[in-house]
Design a protein around this ligand. Structure first.
Ligand SMILES: Cc1cc2nc3c(=O)[nH]c(=O)nc-3n(C[C@H](O)[C@H](O)[C@H](O)COP(=O)(O)OP(=O)(O)OC[C@H]3O[C@@H](n4cnc5c(N)ncnc54)[C@H](O)[C@@H]3O)c2cc1C
Length: 403
């Protein structure tokens, strides 16, 4: 009987094992180093699991060769992933921006339907069973764990990445694949909080604002994003910040962030809004000029940032001051000091080089019978369900074992 071993009981590995087990008469063994499968999955989407994004397209993915992801994503697009999960009994709901969550709002539901399916399809799940070493063995493989050496005809490595270290993210996958001759790229924490000069973020801790965000090296724009920004003790977080974190981690020193809090208005329109406010409420202190337009605390902070006296009545503000404030609203800059590390990152940018694998099957070009899927490969997605979509799609493809 053909034996398939899948190493890693996370998102990609569980789907790969389920797919491999669709062929009757095959023994499928899933090895997971932690005490339970899907531990990281439980923490995704703030415990809600943003399991896919209906707008997942290749431009949402990154790596040395992002096109590598195209065949897997095309073969198992978000709609197919949803049908797969609906078939397992999960009920889902779509929210803004194409983000899909379980209707239960609990990531545990996603893990549970996968667990039940693994059991129903007869996959042998071995938890607390880390793969330590891989060897080639008579046309197959030996997987050495703490207690035994398991033989496999085909092997799928789905160990995930180094991100989310507190949830069990480890570098094992890179090391195991290295033993079989595969190389990796440099690794960076991505989808992670940006650290900045702390003065303004600290004062605004907890405030969320919609904005367009740019990452700058001098005047050159390195990357752009848009969406929710959240101020924290040490910098900025939220989807808009996350989407710049890959470029920020790789971009070197001396970078700045520029936030535009009126992304749908040009500067002249913002100035007009400010002038109108001064005319309609001349006695209001300058501190309140943006009240009703932005979060109150953010508005007051921008007044300070633009150098206006918070107590000056609006009628007494000079037009030059209003211009400065309009500029501040459109170009609030923060000196970037770095990013938080792998502990808090949602995904690893970089990974095992995709040039070593066939994008149509995810089989190694130089070790027949060896497959890899998920975050261990050098593919990472934007914030919003794109990483799990890659995990499902690549797991599905690897689980077909080249068929
Ligand atoms: C806090 C957080 C929130 C996130 N939220 C989202 C979200 O809402 N939407 C989204 O799309 N993405 C999200 N992500 C990213 C997403 O979770 C990952 O990209 C995805 O889980 C990767 O799937 P994977 O199967 O490749 O790796 P993982 O899910 O990490 O699974 C890898 C598994 O392999 C196991 N393993 C490792 N080494 C060994 C070994 N030697 N032997 C046996 N087993 C081993 C690990 O314990 C783990 O269970 C989030 C990540 C984090 C950390």
């Amino acid at each position: 009987m053909e034996t398939v071993i899948v190493i890693g009981g996370g998102a990609a590995g569980m789907v790969a094992a389920l797919t491999a087990a669709e062929i009757p008469g095959r023994r499928v063994v899933l090895l997971e180093r932690q005490q339970r499968v899907g531990r990281k999955l439980l923490a995704t989407g703030n415990g809600r699991c943003n399991l896919t994004n209906t707008g997942a397209r290749p431009e949402h993915y990154h790596g040395e060769n992002p096109d590598f992801a195209v065949p897997a994503l095309a073969a198992f697009p978000p709609q197919a992933a949803l049908e797969f999960f609906h078939g397992l009994g999960l009920v889902t709901t779509e929210e803004y921006g194409g983000r899909v969550y379980p209707l239960s709002n609990a990531a545990g539901s996603v893990v549970d339907v996968l667990r039940f399916a693994l059991e129903a399809r007869g996959v042998e799940v071995k938890t607390a069973c880390p793969a330590r070493e891989l060897k080639r063995d008579k046309g197959g493989f030996l997987v050495v764990t703490d207690g035994e050496a398991l033989r496999a005809d085909k092997l799928i490595v789905a160990c995930g990445g180094a991100a989310g270290a507190k949830l069990g993210g480890v570098a094992d996958g890179y090391e195991l694949l290295k033993q079989l001759g595969h190389k990796r790229t440099a690794l960076y924490p991505a989808l992670v909080q940006l650290t900045t000069a702390p003065e303004y973020p600290r004062a605004l801790k907890g405030v969320r604002a919609d904005c367009a965000l740019r990452l700058l090296a001098g005047d050159a724009v390195l990357a752009r994003s848009a969406g929710e920004l959240q101020f924290t003790e040490t910098g900025v977080s939220g989807p808009a910040a996350f989407d710049l974190s890959r470029a920020a981690a790789a971009g070197g020193r001396g970078l700045t962030l520029s936030a535009d809090f009126f992304r749908d208005y040009d500067e002249e329109t913002v100035l007009h809004l400010l002038r109108t406010r001064c005319e309609s409420l001349p006695g209001l202190p300058a501190a309140e000029i943006l009240t009703g337009m932005l979060h109150n605390r953010l508005g007051r902070m921008l007044v300070k940032y633009a150098g206006l006296n918070a107590n000056t009545p609006l009628a007494a503000l000079a037009d030059g001051e209003l211009r400065k404030l309009a500029r501040a609203c459109k170009d609030f800059t923060l000196a970037l000091t770095g990013t938080e590390g792998f502990d808090s990152a949602q995904v690893t940018a970089g990974g095992v080089k995709t040039s070593g694998f066939n994008p149509e099957t995810l089989e190694s070009w130089f070790v027949p019978g060896l497959f890899a899927c998920g975050e261990v490969l050098d593919i990472d997605g934007d914030c919003g369900g794109f990483n799990l979509q890659w995990a499902w799609a690549s797991g599905r493809m690897a689980g077909r074992l080249g068929a």
